[in-house]
Design a protein around this ligand. Structure first.
Ligand SMILES: [Zn+2]
Length: 107
């Protein structure tokens, strides 16, 4: 594969250099090689599927975060990382609030 590419480049340099000058042909082939390399690496990277993110259901633990800047409260149902979420460019503060059961009333 590599020897074929070198041979094709040498043949192209010979043919194009004969008609347009070897310096211009060499520069054109180098630019062609850079464009082909960048295009191939772009499409090779675009074809890769990112790995699935492991998530954990924590809806039973009732994790609540509060933004101390604006007062936003956030209840976490599913986590993917152990980092605290941020809001207003600040880390949110964890407050564990156990859900209060509904009041029992005699029927
Ligand atoms: Zn906020």
């Amino acid at each position: 594969m590599r020897a074929t590419a070198v041979t094709a480049a040498g043949l192209a340099l010979g043919v194009l250099g004969y008609f347009y000058g070897f310096l211009r042909a060499g520069v054109a082939l180098m630019i062609f090689a850079v464009i082909v390399y960048l295009g191939y690496s772009y499409f090779a990277a675009a074809g890769q599927v990112p790995p699935d993110v492991e998530s954990e259901d924590v809806s039973d633990e009732s994790l609540m975060y509060v933004c101390r800047m604006c007062g936003l409260e956030l209840k976490i149902e599913t986590v993917t990382t152990d980092r605290a979420p941020s809001h207003c460019r600040e880390k949110m503060e964890l407050v564990n609030v156990a859900p209060s059961p509904p009041p029992l009333r005699p029927v």
